[in-house]
Design a protein around this ligand. Structure first.
Ligand code: ATP
Ligand code: MG
Length: 556
């Protein structure tokens, strides 16, 4: 049996634990991790995997985890994203305490390191343009060519780099490059660019800088400056690790330098995860913003009705490995059903109404039926639901000519109305086009729920609402956002044309008048629903279906 800690993470669960345990038995006393989002979009469920991993490891081993905004790119970043990311990390249940950092606050420090490298002959100012740099870089099979500017003197490099900072050169005119090895089998080590010129306004430092560090230079320094012990990132950085280690070492961080560990990024079926593609959906107006309930963003999942518990459970179940894989979206749905099963009140709501009139029930009579709020959780108690002569049931619960094994309502057939009486269908009323508008039934007063009636049994139980008391709401039913798995870089995104179905007249029993934005219910037989936080008004509730009750997904 794996040992389970209180936060749900198992201490023997994956290879990262082995590395950390090894380090803690050696020279390290404490671990320190970080979650380093770039504030250029909203967080998605893939980020949640990284958040659970980084904050979870810190919790498990009594260490710390920083929230650090990797904001070294002046374009594309925005404070709107910073606020949303903070909100999402908190909502997921993690706390960075007083350790909120911005990579942009280290700009001066990166610059100092660059000067140190130049002085030590390990970096040079290069005049090749982007295209030439690419040409000189060589390929996987052939070595690169040294830049003609590689052997500039330290003095000339210092002078040029300082003038780059002072704004003397236009964008792209020069770069600062590391002097490593143009023949290295690892292309990342072939004199990588450390700084570029960009006359752009940065959202925190304004126009103070017109040179900006490259990710491969800034990121290891950020980790080293903050005393990060384990820098956990996704697989595409595996080949960058020698450069990461080079920067840390050459900058002088030689005592307990951060250790980069890569893991596989999360992909999910029938959705897109890359921020670029999610942004495109938002900008093209194909979805209702970053928090559209179909989006795999944390804000979308929250609005849809997913709980932090369900997302953490999902991240625990998918595990961490080095092999890239696409996880079935059904697993995420399994996790929210599992979480809400005993938590959410079960109420009756009709998505596609059919009027049912009980001809022998007294006109104007109202009986309050006691119905349990959740059969799986007695602690949620009971509520009273008004029962009257005219009700609504689901259209699909009635068939005029029932097929085999249809145990619901049909002419001459008897069913139970949940928490109320047995009714038998006596008549079908149609309009001039032959469409069924009403079914008529009689009820048997002896069969009242809770009366102990056992004389006969019925196979079907239908949910219902009183036509005089039900609340008219809007229900939005969702299907997967994408028709297939278009996450590979160049595959086309094809939205599922049926990803959203809006039901304008969803009739819900009156107990939901107390519902607040974000409240979650099970609609009996129709799935789990959440009160929409954006479109619900004080007079009208909009429900988002989180998930249906049934799924073809099987837990392995
Ligand atoms: P995208 O490619 O979607 O733009 P990103 O990696 O550029 O994502 P960042 O803001 O840099 O986004 O990500 C912050 C952290 O989240 C990084 O450490 C990154 O490794 C991790 N991360 C991003 N996407 C995923 C994913 N799909 N699965 C696991 N971790 C992820
Ligand atoms: Mg990134």
């Amino acid at each position: 049996m794996e040992e389970k800690k209180e936060n749900g993470l198992s201490s023997t669960g994956n290879f990262i634990h082995n590395y950390i345990q090894e380090d803690l038995e050696g020279k390290l006393n404490k671990i320190h991790t970080r979650f380093p989002p770039e504030p250029n979009g909203y967080l998605h469920i893939g980020h949640a995997k990284s958040i659970c991993l980084n904050f979870g490891l810190a919790q498990l081993y009594g260490g710390k985890c920083n929230l650090r905004f990797d904001d070294t790119n002046p374009t594309k970043e925005d404070t709107e994203y910073i606020d949303s990311i903070k909100q999402d990390v908190k909502w997921l249940g993690f706390d960075w305490e007083d350790r909120l950092y911005f990579a942009s606050s280290y700009f001066e420090k990166y610059y100092e390191v660059a000067l140190k490298l130049i002085k030590e002959g390990k970096a040079f100012v290069c005049d090749l343009n982007a295209e030439e740099i690419r040409e000189y870089r060589g390929t996987l099979n052939s070595p690169g060519k040294e830049s003609p500017y590689r052997n500039r003197s330290v003095e000339e490099n210092l002078d040029l780099f300082q003038r780059m900072r002072a704004g003397e050169f236009p964008d792209g005119a020069k770069t600062l490059r590391a002097k490593i090895d143009m023949a290295s089998p690892n292309i990342n080590m072939r004199d990588p660019v450390l700084y570029r010129i960009a006359h752009a306004t940065h959202h925190t430092t304004g126009d103070e800088w017109c040179i900006y560090p490259m990710y491969d230079f800034a990121h290891p320094l950020e980790d080293a400056i903050e005393g990060i012990t384990h820098s956990i990132c996704t697989m595409e950085f595996e080949d960058h690790r020698p450069l990461y280690d080079w920067v840390v070492k050459e900058a002088g961080y030689t005592v307990n330098p951060p250790r980069q560990i890569e893991f596989a990024r999360l992909g999910l079926t029938n959705t897109v995860m890359s921020k670029r593609k999610l942004r495109a959906l938002v900008e093209e107006g194909l979805v209702d913003g970053w928090d559209d309930p179909r989006m795999p963003t944390i804000s979308g999942l929250r609005r849809r009705g997913f709980t932090p518990e369900s997302i953490r459970d999902f991240c625990e179940r998918i595990g961490v490995s080095k092999a890239n894989s696409v996880v079935d979206s059904g697993l995420l749905e399994y996790c929210i059903r599992d979480d809400l099963k005993a938590k959410a009140k079960v109420v009756m709501a009709i998505l596609h109404p059919l009027k049912l009139v009980i001809t022998n029930y007294p006109e104007g009579q109202i009986e309050l039926m006691d119905i349990e709020n959740n059969p799986e959780n007695e602690a949620l108690g009971t509520r009273q639901v008004p029962f009257t002569k005219t009700l609504y049931i689901e259209q699909e619960d009635f068939m005029e000519e029932p097929v085999k094994k249809f145990f619901r309502l049909a002419p001459g057939k008897e069913v139970r109305l949940k928490g109320a009486y047995f009714v038998t269908c006596t008549d079908v009323i149609k309009d001039e086009n032959g469409n069924i508008t009403e079914v008529h039934c009689t009820y048997d007063p002896e069969t009242k729920s809770g009366s102990g009636f056992t004389a006969r049994k019925v196979k079907g139980t239908l949910h219902w609402v009183s036509a005089d008391h039900c609340i008219t709401t809007t229900a939005r039913l969702y299907d997967y956002m994408m028709l297939d798995n278009p996450d590979s870089e160049d595959s086309e995104m094809i939205m599922n044309p049926n990803s959203l179905e809006v039901i304008e007249n969803c009739y819900v029993e009156p107990s939901i008048t107390e519902a607040k934005a974000g409240d979650k219910y099970q609609f009996m037989r129709n799935g789990y629903f959440c009160v929409d936080t954006k479109d619900t008004t004080k007079d009208h509730i909009v429900f988002n279906r989180i998930v249906s009750l049934k799924s073809s997904f099987k837990l392995k």
